[in-house]
Design a protein around this ligand. Structure first.
Ligand code: ZN
Length: 222
């Protein structure tokens, strides 16, 4: 955790130095930072930073910091590679309350064969497109089921894939049908619409119209 904090501190300090007139001298621990460290982080985005035995990129460190500042719940469930063509729907790992496959239905009307993965970073958390594609459908009104939801069509490695983002906050979709989106672009926000017992994003990935395990599918491509 000490390494993790110092990595965040380096990123935060370099941002402050770039974007404001904040003096290093006014930052209590600035004297502990070597100028070379600041230069390395600021000048080489995408370069890995060693942390707790694995490496992360500056973009990942900044994403974590933004999530913490915004109050989103994070968890060590996955690490998003922001340079990959396939992305997780959130820029940092977030809690997952339910996986793909058979289950006991959590509420009346809910499926006992769960066709997606449920992410629970908290209501209002931005939800991002998992890959570049074209928005097929934006369900703006809550008519049960997936509630307010968005479907995006992709062609990935020559295969037709669609991604489904359920239970969004009413009014949160920021895309329209037919719109081109890029991987990692915000499409809406986490909500509790439809058949849902708490704010979450239900993500489905369909490969040639057949639901597959989104966790395994994204893990293999991010
Ligand atoms: Zn679900």
């Amino acid at each position: 955790m000490a390494l993790s904090f110092s990595a965040l501190l380096v990123a935060a300090t370099s941002l402050s130095a770039t974007n404001s007139s904040l003096s290093f001298a006014s930052t209590p621990s600035a004297t502990e930072l070597q100028p070379q460290e600041l230069l390395t982080v600021a000048a080489a985005p995408g370069q890995p930073i060693s942390r707790d035995g694995y490496s992360v990129t500056e973009a990942e460190v900044i994403a974590e910091k933004k999530a913490a500042v915004a109050g989103y719940r994070t968890a060590n469930t996955f690490t998003n590679n922001p340079t990959s063509a396939v992305q997780w729907p959130f820029p940092v790992g977030v809690p997952i309350s339910d996986g793909f496959g058979p289950r006991v239905a959590p509420t009346a009307g809910a499926s006992s064969n769960h066709k997606g993965v449920d992410f629970t970073p908290g209501q209002g958390t931005p939800v991002n497109a998992v890959a570049a594609g074209v928005v097929r459908l934006v369900q703006e009104t809550d008519q049960g089921g997936l509630g307010v939801y968005v479907v995006i069509d992709h062609v990935i490695d020559g295969v037709n894939v669609s991604s489904w983002y359920g239970h969004m906050l009413t009014g949160s979709p920021v895309v329209t049908e037919g719109q081109l989106v890029v991987a990692g672009q915000q499409i809406g926000a986490v909500g509790n619409t439809g058949v849902s017992t708490g704010a979450h994003t239900h993500l489905e990935i369909h490969v040639e119209d057949t639901p597959v395990d989104p966790f395994a599918w994204i893990s293999a491509r991010n």
